[in-house]
Write a protein that binds this ligand. Structure first.
Ligand code: FRU
Length: 498
């Protein structure tokens, strides 16, 4: 016969019932309706640009512009997360907090392998951060370049006592990107003069004293401020040779509205970056509205392709995104190479995603798929125009991804995706199509974003969406019959332990 439990038993039993609640209260949850499942977002509060991406002693470090006190921009500090596979991130304590009214703006982290700075322990390497200090006083705004260093794998940081190391007495002078030039045996910094539409290059033997090398710009698109430069060498997709790329953020006034990212391809002789005269030497690292201030990882083995990662948002509406208790997320990491074909030069991007692949999904698309998922398709371009797929979350809401060879455009239309966010949010973003490149498509659909890669990765288009459901029905258009090609899809495992 079942006996009524004694009093202590009732107590133990109710404590057991409450356990999950206590555990949940301690560890952040990553299961809110719009919470990205394959993209990094901080457990709570505001983030914008990624900072200081570096691979060091087996760990990838992602620092990020972070407000430790709320979900709006402010008190800018460097948040910190680490990963061993570029996908599963573990958020750590704030790395470099705002101090004495000086905000810690965007910058980079280098491995000082030869202890050129003198910050490292004797005979050892260490991490050095180079960031913009932003201060406001009755005399005005001042942006300067500063150092901090870490002797414990990025866990704690000490500001250099003789900061700043570079000061032009300007209100707009920011976002240093530093790397080691092995041939010249010194550091090279690319830093932005946003209002002059210039990237200025400097060199340094020790990260502390800097000598001006050259300026690049104005060039390409100068409709807005130039921010977040990155100078990097990119290998050819064929494995033969390499090219130099200078990537620079543009805000506002990018072609899709608000923030955007342009690149220049060319040569760098150790002093000066020169844009190539070849077709395709100016392009956009992203043709969507939501990929800004992407930077590449320092410290990768030289045999590896560079890896670029950006902030998945746009200054037009970043402050209004309907997410809580966090606001802001990062793009997937993408491996970079370049192609040089009949249509000219182009950067090719391949998202790092395959380690998250789970069950293969049927390609007939009769049943709703649960986000996150990956879809790879190859289309026969002879099909009726335009053609592509729609991602329905109910009868009135869908996101359309299409090729329109008549108009020469690849596009994502999110005007019917779900929540509108702000008047600048509904959009059809477009990229020029190249008839001679493949009509292929890789889509990564997360709970609040669509990342698209088309034409052999030469088009990357990233857009946030705030859909009505996490169940998506994939539907080819104009009709399933008219669209010819092949498709493969996978459900993706969440990067968060639930
Ligand atoms: C770009 C940017 C950077 C700056 C940072 C401040 O998104 O404006 O130029 O360093 O954000 O948070």
């Amino acid at each position: 016969m079942l006996q009524p439990p004694t009093r202590p038993a009732v107590l133990v039993f109710s404590l057991l019932l409450l356990m999950p609640f206590f555990l949940a209260a301690q560890s952040p949850t990553y299961d809110q309706p719009y919470r990205p499942q394959v993209h990094f977002s901080p457990a709570q509060h505001w983030t914008n640009d990624p900072n200081g991406l570096v691979y060091f002693r087996g760990e990838y470090h992602l620092f990020f512009q972070y407000n430790p006190f709320g979900d709006q921009w402010g008190h800018m500090s460097w948040g910190h997360a680490v990963s061993t596979d570029l996908l599963h991130w573990h958020e750590l304590a704030v790395a470099i907090p705002e101090q004495n009214g000086i905000m810690i703006f965007t910058g980079s982290v280098v491995i000082d392998a030869e202890n050129t700075s003198g910050f490292c322990a004797r005979g050892s390497d260490c991490l050095v951060a180079i960031y913009t200090g932003h201060s406001e006083s009755p005399q005005g705004v001042r942006q300067t370049q500063n150092l901090a260093y870490s002797l414990d794998n990025g866990r704690t940081w000490k500001p250099y006592e003789r900061n700043p190391v570079l000061d032009l007495h300007l209100a707009d002078f920011r976002d240093p990107s530093v790397s080691w030039d092995p041939a010249a045996h010194h550091w090279v910094m690319a830093v932005s003069l946003p209002k002059e539409h210039k990237v200025r290059l400097y060199s340094s033997p020790d990260l502390k004293s800097w000598t001006q090398l050259s300026d690049f710009g104005p060039a390409g698109d100068i409709a807005g401020d130039w921010e977040c430069p990155d100078l990097l060498r990119i290998p050819s997709a064929t494995g033969k040779g390499s090219i130099w790329a200078l990537k620079v953020g543009l805000n506002p006034g990018a072609p899709q509205g608000g923030s955007g990212e342009q690149y220049f391809l060319g040569s760098f002789d150790g002093k000066t970056f020169t844009q190539s005269r070849q077709q395709g030497s100016h392009g956009w690292t992203n043709y969507g509205k939501d990929d800004y201030c992407a930077i590449s990882f320092n410290g990768l083995p030289v045999t590896e392709k560079p890896i670029l990662l950006g902030w998945m948002s746009n200054w037009q509406y970043a402050a209004k995104l309907p997410t809580s208790p966090w606001r802001g997320q990062m793009s997937l990491p993408r491996r970079l190479s370049f192609i040089n074909d009949d249509a000219g030069l182009a950067i090719k991007q391949e998202p790092v995603i395959s380690p998250l692949r789970g069950k293969t999904l049927a390609a007939s698309f009769d049943h709703p798929i649960h986000t996150p998922f990956e879809l790879r398709m190859k289309f026969d371009p002879a099909a009726t125009q335009p053609f592509g797929i729609k991602l329905f979350t109910d009868e009135q809401h869908w996101t359309e991804i299409g090729f329109d060879a008549n108009a020469n455009l690849f596009y994502i239309d999110r005007t019917h995706s779900g929540q509108g966010v702000s008047p600048d949010f509904p959009a059809k973003t477009t990229a020029p199509l190249v008839a001679s490149r493949p009509f292929d498509l890789t889509l990564i659909v997360d709970r609040s974003s669509v990342e698209a890669y088309a034409q052999d990765g030469t088009i990357a288009m990233t857009n946030l969406i705030f859909p009505t459901s996490s169940n998506v029905t994939v539907s080819p258009f104009p009709t399933a019959k008219a669209v010819k090609g092949t498709a493969q899809s996978w459900e993706l495992h969440s990067i968060w332990v639930k």
